[in-house]
Design a protein around this ligand. Structure first.
Ligand code: ZN
Ligand code: ZN
Length: 358
C-alpha cells in the first residue's frame, strides 16, 4: 500500500467514529495529503470503502496519470458532481470541513442532497492526522529547511548599508528559487530599525542605516513542504540595550526547545519561553504564541500557545519563535524549525543563532 492509500484508509476507518457516512474534503492541503493533487480546483469525498476525487477538465491529463483513487473529471461545478455521488451511493450523513467549504458550495450541496441526507461540520479530522509526519514528509521538510538556510546565507553576504528592505526580500526569494524552492512559503518578512517592532512587517523602501536591527523571517516551499526561520543581524557593533534584548529572546527560545519532547503539551512549551521573558521583564512585549506546526501548510496544528493542550509526539514538526517587541525601538524574534524525536527534539535549522554584526 502506498503512503497516500494508507492515509485514505485511516480516514475511511475513522468515519464511523464520527458517525458520518462520508467526509467531504475541501482544504487544498488536506486534498493534497490524501490524493497528491496540488492544483487549484479539487474536492475529495471519502466514504468507508473508497475515496472519490473531483476536478475539472484542465487537470484531466495530469490527474489521470497521478490520481490513484476514483477520479471524476467534472464538466459542471464540482459540488454538483459530489451531490451526484452522494445520491448514487445513498450516503446520509456527510461531514464537511467548516473552515474550507464556502457558503456557496454549502448552500448548493444542501439544495441538491436527497431527502434524509444532511451535512455535519467536522473540523480537524485530516488536520489531526497531518500533525505527525511520515519519514518521507520529514525528508521533504529537511530539504526545504536546507534550501531556506542556504538562501539566507547567500543573501546575508550581499547585505550592505543603504540597501532597501525590499531589495533584501527580493534577493532572498531569488536565492531560494535558485536553490530549488518552488516558491517562498509566505511573503518574506524583512524589517530594519524600529520597524522590527512590527512582528509581521512587510518589506518597504526603508534603507539600512548604521545601528539598525535587521529582522529576516523567511521560509521555502519545496515539494509542497514548508520551512520557517527568523534571524536577526545588527548594522555595526550592537548597543548594550539591543544585546540584552537579543540575549533574553535567545534564552527564551532555547528554554522552549529544551522543553520539547513527546508527552509534553504545546502549552507547556509556550510557557517555558514565556517564563524566561517574564523574568527579564519582557513578557508583555511577547505578543504572539511561541510557534506552530508546519508541513504542507506554513501554519498547521498544533499551535504552540497558551491554550493548546495537544501532547507532542515524535514526528511532529513545529517552529519555536519567541520574540519581544518594543515600540519605536525595535524587536527581536528568533525562530527555528524543530522535529520532535522519541527522546526530545532535533533542531532542523542549521543557521547559527550567534548575533550577527554586519
Ligand atoms: Zn517565520
Ligand atoms: Zn513561524
Amino acid at each position: 500500500m502506498t503512503e497516500l492509500e494508507q492515509r485514505r484508509r485511516t480516514v475511511q476507518t475513522a468515519l464511523a467514529g464520527h458517525k458520518i457516512d462520508a467526509l467531504l474534503v475541501s482544504s487544498p492541503a488536506n486534498i493534497r495529503y490524501l490524493t497528491g493533487y496540488a492544483g487549484s480546483n479539487g474536492l475529495a469525498l471519502v466514504t468507508p470503502s473508497e475515496t472519490h476525487f473531483f476536478t475539472d477538465p484542465r487537470y484531466a491529463l495530469e490527474a489521470s496519470a497521478t490520481i490513484t483513487c476514483k477520479l471524476h473529471i467534472a464538466k459542471r461545478p464540482l459540488i454538483e458532481e459530489v451531490a451526484g455521488i452522494v445520491k448514487r451511493k445513498k450516503l446520509k450523513k456527510i461531514g464537511v470541513e467548516p473552515a474550507w467549504l464556502n457558503l456557496d458550495q454549502h448552500q448548493k450541496l444542501k439544495d441538491l442532497l436527497p431527502l434524509g441526507a444532511s451535512l455535519k461540520p467536522l473540523p480537524g479530522i485530516v488536520d489531526t492526522l497531518r500533525m505527525t509526519k511520515s519519514q518521507a514528509e520529514i525528508d521533504h521538510i529537511r530539504k526545504s529547511v536546507r534550501v531556506n538556510s542556504e538562501a539566507y546565507a547567500r543573501t546575508l553576504r550581499r547585505v550592505r548599508l543603504g540597501m532597501k528592505e525590499r531589495d533584501i526580500a527580493a534577493e532572498l526569494d531569488y536565492q531560494m528559487r535558485l536553490h530549488g524552492a518552488e516558491k517562498p512559503a509566505f511573503d518574506t518578512i524583512v524589517a530594519a530599525g524600529a520597524r522590527t517592532a512590527l512582528p509581521h512587517a512587510q518589506p518597504t523602501d526603508k534603507r539600512l542605516e548604521e545601528n539598525d536591527l535587521l529582522l529576516i523571517d523567511m521560509g521555502a516551499c519545496l515539494d509542497g513542504y514548508m520551512s520557517d526561520m527568523t534571524r536577526m543581524a545588527f548594522l555595526g557593533p550592537p548597543t548594550k540595550r539591543v544585546k540584552t534584548l537579543y540575549d533574553a529572546v535567545l534564552e527564551a527560545q532555547m528554554a522552549a526547545i529544551e522543553a520539547v519532547k513527546p508527552g509534553v503539551t504545546a502549552a507547556r512549551v509556550d510557557g517555558a519561553a514565556r517564563e524566561v521573558l517574564k523574568r527579564r521583564g519582557l513578557d508583555r512585549q511577547f505578543v504572539h504564541s511561541t510557534g506552530h506546526g508546519l508541513g504542507l501548510e506554513i501554519h498547521e496544528s498544533p499551535r504552540i500557545g497558551k491554550k493548546d493542550h495537544t501532547k507532542l509526539t515524535a514526528g511532529m514538526v513545529i517552529t519555536i519563535e519567541p520574540g519581544a517587541y518594543i515600540d519605536s525601538f525595535g524587536g527581536v524574534r528568533i525562530e527555528d524549525t524543530v522535529l520532535v524525536t522519541p527522546n526530545g527534539c532535533e533542531i532542523l535549522t542549521p543557521t547559527t543563532k550567534e548575533f550577527v554584526h554586519l
